[in-house]
Design a protein around this ligand. Structure first.
Ligand code: GLN
Length: 290
């Protein structure tokens, strides 16, 4: 069987199982099995696939057909153009979270070009904290997570991207653990409603840590707690970025407005044009944008 045929056949199998992005997923698995870059793979579609590698590819495909997420099978996931190690201990970084990173970089560069202290609360794999450290050489980042398991993964990713000196890992469930006030807080906390948990795809429900997803009855339990404590560890001109589900935009901005009545608060949409993030500029008066 040629490489091209193997790819096509795998994509068909995945499609039949209603797995999204079947071609892309088959491509990632096949490249992993063959140890090829995307360009190499497409240059060799008419080559015969070595049979030992084809066997291992088919084993991976079986795992994927049983709904194991591709990043778990290949052991990594790309996020913000960086490669992160992931496993069952952490939530797989999502593309929509890149918005949070992009905005955080933008704000930090404009406001605190000298030195900047940032916290990533609920860091998980460390994808946000590490991306910020890579793109903001002037920043020091406290990456907080209540799960020791998750911090082990974050630590692997800090080492992988050589930012251990500027990303400090803190085992805690609260920003009150911060040793000093920070300029910028970035939060991708669990925000899935309890009632929605059983409706999540099996890839998520059966393979990703529930505690990284479950946000209580309205999904906002952990975010509310974080925001209530945030003011105590934020500089007077600080900024908070919070990822959310689109339907949480109204209750979340209303809650933030009560906590930070003077702040400029706005909602930003992701690439799918869904409300995805609340930006709270604590030190900026209402009506004045960046
Ligand atoms: N976007 C994630 C999902 O539903 C949820 C992430 C989160 O709770 N922080 O797959």
């Amino acid at each position: 069987m040629t490489i091209g045929e193997a790819l096509h056949q795998a994509a068909e199998c995945l499609t039949q199982q209603s797995i999204d992005d079947a071609y892309l997923e088959a491509d990632i698995l096949l490249r992993h099995a063959l140890g090829l870059t995307r360009a190499q793979l497409y240059a060799r579609v008419t080559d015969e696939a070595p049979s030992a590698k084809l066997d291992s590819f088919h084993q991976m495909l079986d795992r994927r057909l049983r709904h194991e997420p591709t990043p778990h099978i290949v052991g990594h996931k790309e996020f913000f153009d960086l490669d992160f190690y992931v496993d069952r201990r952490v939530l797989i970084p999502r593309p929509e979270t890149e918005l949070l990173v992009e905005r955080a970089i933008d704000i930090a560069q404009r406001r605190w070009a000298g030195a900047c202290l940032i916290t990533d609360i609920g860091t998980g794999s460390g994808a946000i904290a590490v991306s910020l450290a890579v793109h903001l050489p002037q920043a020091s980042i406290f990456a907080i997570d209540p799960a020791r398991d998750a911090l082990e993964v974050a630590s692997i990713n800090c080492a992988r991207h050589a930012v251990e000196d500027r990303v400090k890992l803190l085992l805690s469930d609260t920003v009150l653990a911060l040793p000093e006030p920070v300029h910028l807080m970035v939060a991708n906390l669990p925000y899935v409603k309890d009632d929605d948990l059983p409706t999540l795809a099996p890839e998520i429900r059966e393979w990703e840590p529930l505690e990284a997803l479950a946000g209580g009855p309205d999904g906002l339990g952990k975010i509310r707690r974080f925001l209530s404590e945030a003011g105590a560890r934020l500089h007077a001109d600080g900024v908070i970025l919070v990822e959310m589900n689109p339907e949480q935009a109204q209750p979340l901005t209303a809650f933030a407005r009560r906590l930070f009545p003077q702040a400029a608060i706005r909602v930003e949409t992701d690439l799918a044009h869904l409300d995805r993030m609340v930006v709270i500029e604590v030190g900026r008066m209402k009506g004045h944008d960046l």
